[in-house]
Design a binder for this molecule. Sequence first.
Ligand code: ARG
Ligand code: ZN
Length: 472
Amino acid sequence: MHRRLIAPGALAAASVLLAIPASAASFTPGAPGIGDPYYPAYGNGGYDVSHYDLRLKYQPATDELEGTATLLAKTTQDLSRFDLDFLLDVSEVRVNGVAAAFSASGEHELVVTPKSPLPKGTALTVVVRYHGVPSSKQAYGFTSWHRTPDGGIGANEPESAWWWFPSNDHPLDKATYDVSVLVPDGTQAISNGTLQSTSSKLGWTRYNWRENKPQTTYLATLAVGRFDVTTGTSEGGVPVINAYSKDLGDNDGAARASVERTGEIVDWLSGYFGPYPFSSAGGYVPNTTTGYALETQTRVYYSPRQFANGANTSVVVHELAHQWYGDSVSVKGWKDIWINEGFARYAQWLWSEHEDEGTAQQLADYVYASHPADDAFWTVKPGDPGPENQFDGAVYDRGALAIQALRNAIGDDAFFAVLKGWPQKYAYGNASVADFQRYAEQVSGKPLAALFDTWLFQPSKPAAPAARAASV
Ligand code: ARG
Ligand code: ZN
């Protein structure tokens, strides 16, 4: 539970409110959600964050996290109060230097009432002091904070920030990040972007990480543990930082044989998607039993389980493809998940072709043939799967099949122009499935409504497999 402290200024603020003339009626609370129909409580209304500065201290032995988050934001309405999404215990909130009242609400809301109402367009500096044991907190019965024998990790989709920093937790509100973490000497803290510096004193080491390009909250990650960190630069000039838990056991070789190819794969993907959008690339493999990988911006989260059968470059291709499709260009709403997962899976098909393990067309034919018409697979609509099916295999495989169908309908020249043009057009922004359809129509000059409807929005198996390109 949050501490429910009433700030000293709260009563005074109430009387100021009463004294304000009738126009004050326009000052209203920010909505507790940003308006995503899949997740009505995710994100918040009334303000937009431009930067998060997280100055933290983490104790691996006890999973205790404490620190201060400083958010730079701007109000987008006349605002009487606003919410942050957060689960840890808050001891103080200041808005533009002045102590604010705060209280917990719902599953993960921190309601902040500033001393004075905030006119639309006001620049905000919000300081939140907090502490807690992330692994002890649940929302909706789950946790996105993963304890390891030597530390902890925040990584999940669509939510992970609640366990380690207060935020406006929705992809629509992107921001830059400085993450500075103090950990006991001999332990490493891994986060997004570039490692600006480290310093040690009094038995603690501070890691200063910076992500200087807009990043959505679920793509921010923090991992503390005993890591071996490797650095390099891709042939194309992208700095690469990877980290491997020192306790990967039998998976250590396969993990390194896969993730050390990050630079090569970033350069290869750049050939299809255009210049790599961020200042660094890489991944980390913590000592976790969690099963999924996640495209955490610039520093991909991998589970050792991905490497249990030997090298797995395909998962590296998938997560790195997301850096363009998902991270630089993010969903507008979670129903748009196909613009992330369909394309990351399609990149794996292109890699398969590159590795001589089957062409994209062969894999599309295989997916089509291996799911009979009465398979529940076809009831999932990749273009609007519903929150319960957001990460269903059909979003990935049927999603990639839809992309092959598009390729065959518009031809390779237009298709590869779309694949490369899209990440530039919406770089560092947000886009929807409808935006993608419109863009593909523009580039190809072909009406595509029927094709998109058949492959992405019908709960049934399309009548014919993705036709081969006319030229074949
Ligand atoms: N976007 C991730 C991927 O690359 C999927 C994450 C699924 N999340 C989860 N909690 N299982 O496939
Ligand atoms: Zn993915």
